[in-house]
Design a protein around this ligand. Sequence first.
Ligand SMILES: *Cc1c(COP(=O)(O)O)cnc(C)c1O
Length: 284
Amino acid sequence: MSEQAAANGEDMHIDPQRAKLLAENLNRVTQRIQSVSNGRKVRLIAVSKLKPANDILALHNPSSSHSSSPGHLDFGENYAQELTEKSHLLPCSIRWHMIGALQTNKCKPLAEQVANLYCVSSVDTAKKADALEKGRAALAERLASQSSEGVGNLRVLVQVNTSGEESKSGVELSEAVELCKHVREKCAHLQLAGLMTIGAIARSQEASGPDGVNEDFVALRSTRDKVAEALGVEKEELELSMGMSSDFEAAIGQGSDEVRVGTTIFGDRPARKDAKLKEERAET
Ligand SMILES: *Cc1c(COP(=O)(O)O)cnc(C)c1O
């Protein structure tokens, strides 16, 4: 099989029933987003971590399952290796979002190897930003030498630990301005696209309805405003990425520009050790 066929997912089996279920789930989430966003544009990242590439292809390329809806573009992954492997199996028209905790030594290879990496949502140290910068710079140089179309700057979000929990990644609220400045001033191949938080589960449960007020989302928004002021940019230039399956409506109500939804679209995830990169066709 040619590399091209593999990269288009042409050889991949899509179960029509599974594709239908996923499309329905995605549509329902899209409708829920629209009903609370008052006409504002909110990006939906379909979080596909630990789910097979077939599921992603079914949503990205619905023509392969005889659906009339346009393909979904934004997919989120938590593990650098899984994202890289999936990117090699799937069409380059996908916009990949790395949303999981980053290891510094994985940053450069990730940014260098995945040309359609659209955003890294979880930058929480200057070292990681520098490593992503090196990787994207190397990618840009390689593509330029192949005289292909080239590549734009890699979008990054600075992850903020708004809840102060030790188990959560992210910079402290008080360190966000400094890290954002670092990205803007020291990383020529990165674009500071905004801020991201996960937040505490308890706060999310208390404020999960569309009118709920979650302190973590309040904190991210006010940190964004401070960052914008410190950098001398308009607030609107810095997006807020907040909201997951359990609280995306509340997050949008509090100004989120991007929600990351996994379970509500793809169902429960397998344990990491049981996850399959690709689902093979069932024997009949
Ligand atoms: C897994 C994950 C999500 C999606 O969570 P669900 O509850 O399945 O919607 C969102 N954001 C981050 C950072 C995640 O790791």
